[in-house]
Design a protein around this ligand. Structure first.
Ligand SMILES: Nc1ncnc2c1ncn2[C@@H]1O[C@H](COP(=O)(O)OP(=O)(O)OP(=O)(O)O)[C@@H](O)[C@H]1O
Length: 542
């Protein structure tokens, strides 16, 4: 990311004179070519060199293929002046951090059209604290039209060379996410940056649940470089599912029981505007709209593991994480109380599910993660099914919660993640099982997610690193029935058991088979630094 002489770099990037006229460009280079910075810069081929005013200084500016370097012009000193070398401070930006360039003009009341040229503005993606990106500007002031035009065209040419950056995006926006602010978030924070970067957009506001899936099955995606979802986890997961369904359809693949799905053709960007934003949080390290937008603009891509969720040989969903038992019941309850605010609803549902805490009687089989044991390789090498079958392990019992997670699942109540040892693309899933225990012990385990203590260090909690899992409830009558919450104690719901798949509620009547598919989708996001501290806690578990 952005580097340079820190103190003065900040002043140049965040300040910038707009009113004062800078000097004209110098035809000849100034007389301090012997400084060390010149030698370093000389390693790269110089494209342009000249004088601009940056901050409050007249600077000698050198544009090379990868960097823009500058340093204030110093008056000539007598030979042997030791201070001279000390004052020879350079600053630079890497051009890969620049996402737009504009001619800077000042418009007076009578100048409606072109305005007075002041210079050039570079728009830069700046790395702030841990994982956070910020947009910033660098003004290069020079009043000469011809001079600025030469530099402007050179900057444009360099930017056009970043072929990984999207030029056209399909945007899907869920107007119902969180407190219905996705549209506002998009127009106020995302759209202006996309426009600045010259990215064309085609926006669809989704009208109902499942709209993204039906739309992405039919719409023309040829002219787009990526798809962006503005919403929460439910929307993001739905769009990822839709892109993967479309990829299978285009490849002529059956989706039911699919072993080796093909990769999604377009990358997906996630703008967090929902109530939990686990996917965006896990991808970016924080649920920050500008960070997410800048990763899209810069074309930063992460290959991310995806799971298939099948039941009775039929594909239910492509997704990233699932919870069964307490996690599924809590979501089923929260959905019933949609009229409450998102945080109230979540806290209320957790408390209610804890009050009614009960275990699920089930059998869990899993295939432990084995680096050398890959489904594709296995079928390519023609390994016998018996080898594969022998690897499976089975456990049975009464389980309060079962989590299966292909990504770390960072969120405000679990800043290190619900599955902190999993990465976005390590080719494995975390299987986390909480066996039956007392309510206070289970609450202690839940509270640990918000703290720095190990949430798995309990005798009733088991964790496994796996490639595949089958969860088979053994007693249909233990299926959750939302009517029970209102006092009418009926038997199992006809719909089956509630699963929380990426924050979406799914009722599944029988066994669920989860299989990991490494790096199946590309998401717009950068490499993440590990978060070290936890600031937020769950209000309902204090
Ligand atoms: N216009 C709409 N009306 C109702 N539901 C919609 C609409 N558009 C999309 N949906 C559905 O709303 C569901 C939930 O949306 P989303 O996940 O964006 O918000 P959220 O529930 O507030 O956030 P989170 O899942 O992070 O808690 C998604 O499954 C999506 O299919």
């Amino acid at each position: 990311m952005l580097r340079g002489t820190r103190r003065s770099r900040v002043s140049a990037l965040e300040g910038g004179l707009e009113e004062e006229a800078p000097p004209q460009a110098a035809a000849e280079p100034p007389a301090y070519l012997e400084c060390p910075w010149q030698t370093e810069a000389a390693a790269e081929q110089t494209l342009l060199r000249g004088i601009f005013e940056i901050g409050r200084d007249s600077c000698d500016v050198v544009l090379s293929e990868r960097t823009l370097r500058w340093r204030p012009i110093q008056p000539e000193r007598p030979a042997g002046d030791s201070k001279f070398t000390l004052q020879c401070k350079e600053e630079f930006i890497e051009l890969q951090d620049v996402f737009s360039v504009k001619l800077k003009r000042r418009f007076s009341v009578r100048q409606q059209k072109s305005g007075t040229l002041l210079g050039i503005t570079l728009f830069i993606c700046l790395k702030k604290e841990q994982n956070k990106l910020k947009n910033s500007t660098l003004d290069l002031i020079n009043l000469s039209e011809d001079y600025c035009d030469t530099w402007f065209r050179q900057f444009k040419k360099i930017l056009a060379g970043f072929s990984n950056r999207p030029k056209s995006l399909k945007i899907l926006l869920n107007p119902q996410s969180h407190k219905k602010e996705a549209i506002q978030v998009y127009h106020e924070k995302v759209e202006p940056l996309l426009k600045l970067a010259g990215i064309k957009t085609d926006v669809t506001i989704t009208e109902y649940e499942g709209h993204a899936v039906s739309l992405l099955q039919e719409c023309e995606l040829q002219g787009f470089d990526g798809v962006v979802c503005v919403g929460g986890d439910g929307s993001a997961s739905e769009v990822a599912h839709a892109l993967l369904l479309r990829a299978q359809k285009n490849a002529g693949m059956e989706t039911d029981g699919i072993l080796s799905p093909v990769r999604a053709q377009l990358p997906l960007g996630l703008i967090p505007a929902g109530s939990t934003n686990v996917l965006a949080h896990s991808l970016h390290g924080l649920p920050h709209v500008v960070t997410a937008t800048l990763h899209i603009i810069m074309g930063h891509l992460q290959q991310v593991d995806v799971c298939t969720f099948n039941t009775m040989g039929k594909l239910v969903r492509f997704g990233f994480s699932a919870m069964f038992g307490f996690g599924g019941r809590t979501l089923a309850l929260a959905e019933k109380y949609r009229w409450m605010s998102p945080s109230q609803r979540r806290d209320f549902a957790v408390i209610k599910a804890l009050t009614k805490l009960k275990p699920e009687d089930c059998e869990i089989s899993f295939l432990p993660f084995n680096n050398s044991w890959n489904i594709q390789e296995r079928s390519a090498q023609g390994s016998p099914d018996s080898d594969y079958n022998e690897q499976w392990q089975t456990i049975q019992g009464q389980f309060l919660n079962v989590s299966i997670m292909a990504i770390p699942c960072l969120c405000s109540v679990a800043p290190r993640g619900l599955a902190p040892n999993t990465r976005l693309n390590n080719g494995s899933m975390a299987l986390i099982i909480a066996r039956n225990t007392s309510r206070p012990e289970f609450i202690k385990h839940l509270k640990r997610y918000a703290s720095m203590q190990n949430q798995f260090n309990f005798p009733f909690v088991e964790t496994y690193t796996v490639e595949e899992v089958r969860v088979r409830p053994r007693n249909r009558t233990s299926g959750y029935n939302p009517e029970e919450e209102e006092g009418s104690h009926e038997t199992a719901s006809e719909d089956g058991f509630p699963w929380n798949v990426d924050g979406d509620l799914m009722w599944v009547p029988s066994e669920v088979h989860v299989r990991l598919h490494p790096r199946l989708i590309s998401l717009y996001g950068g490499t993440m630094e590990e978060m070290s501290d936890s600031k937020e806690t769950c209000h309902c578990l204090k």
